[in-house]
Design a protein around this ligand. Structure first.
Ligand code: BG6
Length: 489
């Protein structure tokens, strides 16, 4: 579907997210021919840069995030011609006139305000847009995470942004929902009959969802100290993936049909009790160690770190979903920085065979397992048992592999590219609704409260490992292992 001509306003236009992700994603779509010739990208910042100076900033800090294979000087120049830099103080409506001047007053155009700013500015900016008559009936607003830091602040954001924009105009981003493999999980579940009859407690033993990063906190210490792994990854990315795995078939892929089902999952998460709070959560913080053979410092020794910080850089949680389909099936979620590998995957493990007709004992059969890989490469793996060739009947595990890049050979689209296109098309399916956001915060709230208590320190783990040993014990108590621990050496 071709895009209508648009004015896209990026608050935080000179910031990290804009430079690393948004501008490169927009360039990629421009290169693909998706952007209308006269579409404008209006970057807002406090610096008093001229347009030329801002483009020089882009050359320095954003162009470097575009793969050389796709970077053509002429295309980049054409793309930069769309950029309008506007210097204003986002908190002060009196400074907004240059934005009024540059926005085109044409009801047929799409107008999007993308707030890549701290959440404390969301309502202020929305109010200022409203005061300046810029937040029209048809304009859209995109909110970047973090969407609050607990239930109360998330509710406040929903309330205040909701006073300016209708729910149908609000796009709450979780970039994990824009990843190709997540979309493919929907295709796998609802485009095939094979899995649906098995997708339930009778056949599935457990589900593991891992987002592991080798990178540390980098130069984001200011933000990360106020966040930690639970707020940064679990409350949003991991829970959204869990929703896609666990939701009932939606009526269609229309926004509310999908979001209604995701909401039901979030509302069915078994609430924590004092006992499960103590038992089902592991919180860790990386110490010095080695990543790919290179020595790296611990979290407390990173640039601008608080040497006494208790912020967690790793979290593992055992969750349960109280529904007919999922009762009794554990969902293990974990995410950490400075881990042994850089990967994101969902592992659905099926139950063991009930009886062996072969000479081998049932224990020697590896249960079937479906692995949905999100990163680094996107793909599917299905583990089966098969006979080894030759005389006799010996079964051994084999893997059926589907590599999406190999299979489709079409260029992949980054999550931000897809989500930006959806915003510009007004397609809300991959964005969180206010009630979803609140339900996710509500579930993690008791964990946050418990961690605030004095003496609750994260467990240390060496950089380059899979997190604290307690994370293995968490799953080990149920007689299970994380996938990498179960793999042969
Ligand atoms: C962001 C987090 O939302 O997701 C970062 O704030 C994290 O801390 C990033 O590194 C991971 O995203 P991806 O797409 O690189 O896996």
């Amino acid at each position: 579907m071709a895009l209508t001509d648009f004015d896209l306003v990026l608050f935080g236009g000179g910031g990290d997210l804009s430079m690393r992700k948004l501008i490169p994603a927009l360039y990629a779509r421009d290169r693909a021919g998706d952007l209308p010739p006269t579409a404008q990208i209006i970057c807002i910042g406090r610096h008093k840069w001229s347009n030329e100076e801002f483009v020089a900033e882009l050359n320095e800090n954003s162009k470097t995030h575009i793969s050389e294979k796709t970077l053509t000087p002429a295309l980049w120049e054409k793309f930069c011609a769309r950029i309008r830099y506007v210097s204003l103080d986002a908190t002060d409506a009196a400074t907004y006139q240059p934005l009024n001047d540059v926005l085109r007053n044409d009801a047929g155009l799409t107008r999007v305000f993308y707030l890549a700013t701290p959440p404390t500015l969301f309502s202020k900016i929305c109010n200022n847009l409203s005061a300046r008559g810029l937040a029209t009936e048809t304009s859209r607003v995109v909110l970047e995470k973090p969407l609050g830091r607990d239930l109360a602040s998330a509710k406040q954001i929903n309330l205040e942004v909701g006073q300016v924009f209708k729910e149908s105009q609000i796009f709450r981003i979780d970039h994990y929902l824009g990843k190709e493999a997540v979309q493919n999980l929907l295709a796998l579940r609802f485009g095939n009959v094979l899995f649906e009859p098995l997708w339930r407690r009778e056949w599935i033993s457990d589900v593991q969802i891992t987002i592991a990063e080798e990178i540390g906190v980098g130069n984001r210490m200011g933000y990360y100290e106020t966040s930690g792994a639970l707020r940064d990854m679990l409350q949003n990315h991991l829970l959204q993936l869990l929703c896609i795995v666990a939701m009932e078939p939606p009526l269609s892929v229309t926004p509310d049909a999908v979001r209604d089902e995701k909401l039901k999952v979030l509302r069915s998460l078994k609430p924590f009790t004092a006992a499960t709070l103590a038992k089902n959560i592991v919180r860790g913080q990386y110490r010095a160690g080695h990543i790919e053979g290179k020595a790296v410092p611990g979290y407390r020794q990173e640039k601008a770190a608080n040497p006494d910080s208790n912020t967690e850089t790793f979290v593992a949680i055992k969750a349960e979903i109280d529904t007919w389909r999922w009762a009794g099936v554990p969902f293990y979620l974990r995410s950490g920085k400075r881990m042994a590998d850089q990967l994101a995957e969902i592992v659905v493990r099926f139950k063991p065979i009930p009886h062996s007709i072969f000479a081998q004992s049932t224990g020697s059969f590896q249960p079937n397992c479906l692995i949905i890989r999100l990163q680094p490469d996107e793909g599917l793996q299905l583990n089966l048992m098969a006979k080894t060739p030759g005389d006799g009947m010996r079964l051994k595990p084999v893997e059926l592999e589907l590599d999406f890049a190999e299979t489709f050979k079409t260029p992949r689209m980054d999550a931000y590219e897809r989500l930006l296109l959806d915003v510009l098309r007004g397609q809300l399916t991959l964005f969180m609704r206010s009630d979803e956001l609140e339900a996710a915060w509500e579930w993690v709230e008791p964990v946050l409260r418990q961690w605030e208590q004095e003496g609750n320190e994260p467990l240390p783990y060496a950089s380059g490992t899979w997190g604290p040993a307690a994370a293995s014990a968490l799953i080990g108590r149920d007689g299970l292992q994380w996938r990498e621990e179960a793999l042969p050496e």
